[in-house]
Design a protein around this ligand. Structure first.
Ligand SMILES: *[C@@H]1O[C@H](CO)[C@@H](O)[C@H](O)[C@H]1NC(C)=O
Ligand SMILES: *[C@@H]1O[C@H](CO)[C@@H](O)[C@H](O)[C@H]1NC(C)=O
Ligand SMILES: *[C@@H]1O[C@H](CO)[C@@H](O)[C@H](O)[C@H]1NC(C)=O
Ligand SMILES: *[C@@H]1O[C@H](CO)[C@@H](O)[C@H](O)[C@H]1NC(C)=O
Ligand SMILES: *[C@@H]1O[C@H](CO)[C@@H](O)[C@H](O)[C@H]1NC(C)=O
Ligand SMILES: *[C@@H]1O[C@H](CO)[C@@H](O)[C@H](O)[C@H]1NC(C)=O
Ligand SMILES: *[C@@H]1O[C@H](CO)[C@@H](O)[C@H](O)[C@H]1NC(C)=O
Ligand SMILES: *[C@@H]1O[C@H](CO)[C@@H](O)[C@H](O)[C@H]1NC(C)=O
Length: 906
């Protein structure tokens, strides 16, 4: 290695911190990635925690997990005591007494530090299993046979009153309403979860919810009410020609419910759905089209709903009918979540009067979820709501969302006001046009309700560039808008689980949100969508099947390969080797499927190409073969992790063959510096996948750079080649070129979107200037991964669960600061640099989680660098110090560090 110089001793036996400094972070206990989950289906859940320590260079050297069947038994745990296990893993797979339906585990953990001193016990957290066996269900599927779709009647509601003469210790409601359910007990919603159930692969599973309703029960008469919506399950032609992305046949709206109440000093009371339930189709909810919107007539609300005041003996109510079940072959499956919730609210920024009855609200940000308008009107007056992403002549234009999408609301005529919010569908919108509203509204009468899968937010980014911060903001908004029960493409037109973005934009997604539990649920759906020949369709669930001339939309290597690439990405983030084991056969079948399409040429030549690009010259084979190669390379790694050495050798050889074939097929031997059409996509992909022989690497990199320069530092790539472009330039040391490119505000660039009013990332690079194309798509979001790297913090190559971190501040262009935080499985990591121009000082503060090591790369001589109040030489709390090519490399263990580089020059 050139210019290599070891300055300090590389201290391997780290300086040991004072004993007793380690502890389990309060609130960090998770079961299968969830906080105190109910309704788990997994009898061997993964219990995890996050260590923290008040001193540097600490590590967890052992753990002990105890699980008891009640909180009081935790001192002498009756389910499992792992004993002291020597391990730095911050999780343990449950290995106690066999668990079965309804079992609850109360658990705690303690950990040992590098001195072998134990922490205190953590707080006690819990998990509970759902109903695991079909025989656990005593309930019946029930329906209302009087329901007539398309406004013939309202959507059915169901109710059951029951008596409780003992105080309840614990009550659980197991519920699945198809298409959607909203349940109430004695006037209160049973949960703050909304829009349940989530998507599932049709014909494979029926995901039911579990609710803790203990606190909602009352002595004496109780009222359980359930409203049904249609969801994606019943997408038959909606009322008044509302928009739909696709139609299904009329599926019967039906529910199954089982309420189990364990009483103090009394019996277990079970209330199940059956013919004793009362039902009505005369309620207020007339339509709930998943794509097109809702219709609600407040005059039809049942007096007293949803409390015991409702007169279910009235003539508009009948007995429920038992049916065999929904036209879905799947079995009932516990769905512990994470559920969709309202995660944020804000008031409208403005309201504009169009005329006496039409008003247009601006909510300020294009988002996904609901609105809530407080308003006044006469009984029988109907207002119509039109959500949209942009305005034309001041009115909502729905050409980017599918149309017409509208909600109708008929006033009951209550004073002083009524409110309306959708319930069984959601919108993607920034503006709301309200027609037929005669009482002038104020902007503050309208509220935005942001809905998404309630994955914990675990990351942040800030820099001195307002433009970069805004780019991060629109990508984050697009991710949140599509983080529904599966990751979707857009929140309005398709609401569909297109797969490619899940792996392409994985880094921005996973750096922003803890998706451990969420992704596991999603991968189950992707795996279940696999066809007999191994093909993984482009969308999961595959609601729309693209056949015939449209089959190019169904079978695409860079979409299907999510089934291989994402489990590996998740393994690197969360260490879940279980995912690799569980889906190994599915993954191998998909790789073999791709092989069957290559006819022994080791290349592929089909698919959608570099989707959404302006430069259509890139040969199809370049992107398709990349999908094949990425899959083969990932499978080689996965097989290695699983110890399947023969497979690993086979996949590794396959990868080499594909790379060779790629080079032979696409290298331009006239110029010896370019692939395919010479497009940015062609050369970026060739470099990124490692198909370029070493002797041509710098020539090809120069061609790529030249293309960006010739285009005034603008992309010509589409979605597939975009990550490759960033990675190839970064690997080639050309962050300077990326800085120029990311600073542009003319088309094509992220900055163009920001300066043209985008508040969420667009589907097309020039989104708003087209008449179609959503304004809330996250597929082009990879640029955020580069922004996150400005702070210089990333997991080191080959590391899992952030055991090794590289810190390398990117002091580029005129930036004067950048910071990023991320909560790893082991705890928080962060990096923040500031450049002081006045005295040419660079400050760099980093935080390393317990059990991780990091290398900090700082430009400059080690003698001009201090950490804390002292220089770097001779430090016993620093693990290593080297100097390479004018860069000082400091190796550190856990803790917070503050470096200062004097006489810093960019
Ligand atoms: C526990 O479950 C395992 C795996 O299903 C089974 O082999 C074993 O017999 C069970 N043990 C008991 C005590 O039921
Ligand atoms: C108000 O404007 C809307 C939108 O242009 C239009 O549909 C409606 O007919 C107008 N109403 C009146 C009373 O002019
Ligand atoms: C809508 O606003 C009203 C009035 O503030 C409130 O009572 C109601 O709970 C809100 N609904 C939702 C779904 O937020
Ligand atoms: C506006 O309200 C009136 C009743 O006040 C109703 O007749 C009319 O149909 C409504 N318009 C729309 C578009 O719903
Ligand atoms: C494999 O053969 C099929 C059928 O002849 C053809 O359509 C496809 O393009 C071939 N694939 C490659 C990679 O040559
Ligand atoms: C450099 O200037 C900044 C203020 O701009 C100050 O906070 C910092 O302490 C100074 N550093 C040195 C080494 O003088
Ligand atoms: C923590 O301990 C584990 C297991 O002994 C070891 O692999 C890891 O390198 C240690 N980490 C640090 C920072 O010492
Ligand atoms: C120093 O340069 C060599 C050769 O270019 C390179 O491999 C190495 O990564 C560089 N080291 C650092 C710390 O940048």
């Amino acid at each position: 290695m050139q210019g290599f110089l070891t300055i300090g001793l590389v201290v391997t036996a780290a300086i040991v911190p004072p004993a007793g400094a380690i502890s389990v972070e309060h609130g960090s206990l998770r079961t299968d990635g969830l906080v105190s989950p109910l309704g788990l289906a997994n009898t061997l859940p993964r219990l995890s925690w996050r260590p923290q320590s008040s001193t540097r260079n600490d590590n967890q050297t052992a753990y002990q997990v105890q699980v008891a069947s009640s909180p009081s038994a935790i001192e002498s745990p009756d389910l499992w005591d792992s004993g002291k296990v020597s391990s730095a893993d911050v999780w343990a797979r449950y290995a106690g007494h066999n668990l079965t339906s309804r079992d609850t585990g109360f658990w705690r953990v303690r950990i040992w530090d590098v001195w072998d001193k134990p922490s205190a016990w953590s707080e006690v957290d819990s998990f509970e299993l759902g109903l695991l066996a079909p025989s656990d269900w005593k309930a019946h599927w029930i329906t209302n046979r009087n329901y007539i779709p398309q406004g013939g009647t309202s959507l059915p509601v169901f109710a059951r009153t029951f008596n409780l003469s003992f105080p309840a210790d614990k009550a659980r409601l197991y519920l699945l309403g198809l298409g959607q359910h909203a349940a109430y007990l004695n006037g209160q919603p049973v949960s703050d979860a909304v829009l349940a159930p989530g998507y599932s692969q049709t014909n494979r599973s029926l995901p039911y919810s579990t609710y803790d309703v203990t606190s909602l029960l009352q002595h004496g008469e109780n009222f359980l009410g359930v409203e049904l919506g249609k969801g994606v399950y019943d997408a038959e032609k909606p009322l008044d020609k509302r928009y739909a992305d696709f139609y299904t046949t009329d599926n019967p709206l039906t529910l199954i419910a089982q309420l189990e109440i364990a009483c103090r000093d009394g019996p277990v009371v079970t209330v199940v759905s059956d013919e004793s339930w009362r039902t009505s189709v005369d309620g207020p909810q007339i339509e709930s089209a998943w794509y097109g919107g809702e219709e609600y007539d407040a005059r039809r609300e049942f007096p007293g709903w949803p409390t015991t005041a409702v007169d279910t003996a009235a003539s508009s109510w009948t007995d429920a009918s038992i049916i065999d079940g929904p036209p879905v072959n799947g079995s009932l499956t516990a769905d512990p979540g994470p559920p969709l919730r309202i995660v944020d609210r804000w008031k409208a920024k403005s309201v504009t009067r169009i005329n006496d009855t039409t008003w247009v609200f601006d909510l300020g940000t294009n988002f996904a979820g609901w609105y809530n308008l407080t308003m006044r009107g006469e009984a029988g007056q109907r207002v119509v709501f039109w959500p949209g992403e942009y305005l034309t002549n001041g009115l909502v234009n729905q050409s980017s969302t599918g149309r017409p999408i509208f909600d109708g609301y008929t006033f009951a005529g209550r004073s002083p006001a009524e409110w309306y919010a959708p319930r069984f569908m959601y919108h993607g919108f920034r503006y709301l046009q309200v027609d037929n509203l005669t009482h002038p509204p104020a902007a503050s009468d309208l509220e935005a309700l942001v809905i998404r899968a309630d994955n914990e937010a675990v990351g942040s980014f800030q820099s001195s560039s307002q433009l970069f911060n805004a780019i991060h903001g629109i990508i984050d908004r697009a991710i949140q808008s599509n983080m529904y029960s599966v990751l979707t493409d857009c929140p309005h037109r398709e609401k569909s689980g297109w797969l490619e973005q899940d792996h392409l934009v994985y880094e921005p997604l996973a750096r922003g949100f803890d998706i451990q539990a969420y992704a596991r649920r999603m991968l189950d759906i992707v795996a279940a969508s696999q066809l007999a020949d191994g093909m993984i369709p482009t969308t999961a669930p595959e609601f729309k099947v693209f056949l015939g001339s449209l089959s190019v939309y169904r079978d695409e290597p860079n979409w299907g390969d999510t089934m291989i690439l994402m489990p590996l990405q998740l393994y690197r983030t969360y260490g879940e080797v279980e995912l690799l084991e569980k889906y190994y056969d599915v993954m191998v079948a998909y790789l073999d499927y791709l092989g069957s399409k290559s006819n022994g040429t080791y290349t592929l030549d089909y698919g959608l190409g570099d989707w959404i690009t302006f430069d259509t010259s890139t040969p199809l084979g370049i992107t398709a073969t990349m999908g094949y190669q990425q899959s083969a390379a990932a499978m080689a790694t996965i097989a290695t992790v699983l110890g399947k050495t023969d497979d690993a050798a086979r996949f590794s050889a396959l990868n080499q063959n594909i790379l060779r074939a790629f080079h032979e097929k696409f290298f331009d031997t006239t110029s010896n510096s370019s692939y395919g059409s010479g497009s940015q996509a062609s050369n970026a992909i060739a470099l990124d996948i490692g198909a370029v022989p070493a002797e041509y690497e710098s020539a090809v990199l120069n061609m790529l750079v030249q293309s960006l320069v010739d285009n005034g530092y603008h992309f010509t790539v589409g979605e597939i080649a975009l990550p490759s472009l960033f990675r190839a330039l970064q690997a080639g040391g050309r962050d300077d070129v990326l800085f120029q490119t990311m600073s542009q505000t003319t088309n094509v660039s992220y900055g163009f979107q920001v300066t043209h009013g985008a508040t969420s990332l667009w589907e097309d690079w020039d989104g708003v200037f087209r008449t179609t194309g959503s304004l809330n798509h996250w597929m082009l979001g990879y640029g955020d991964a580069w922004l996150l790297r400005l702070a210089g913090m990333q997991q080191a190559e080959g590391s899992t669960v952030w055991s090794q971190i590289d810190f390398r501040p990117r002091v580029l262009g005129d930036l004067t600061s950048a910071s990023a935080k991320y909560r790893t499985v082991r705890g928080w990591a962060s990096a923040e640099w500031t450049l002081h121009g006045n005295n040419r000082t660079l400050e760099y503060r980093v935080k390393v989680p317990v059990g991780s090591t990091a290398r900090v790369f700082l430009d400059g001589d080690s003698r001009s660098i201090t950490e804390g109040s002292a220089g770097l030489q001779g430090r016993r709390d620093i693990l290593g110090l080297q100097q390479e090519n004018g860069t000082t490399v400091v190796t550190i263990g856990s803790g917070s560090y503050s470096f200062v580089v004097r006489d810093y020059s960019r």
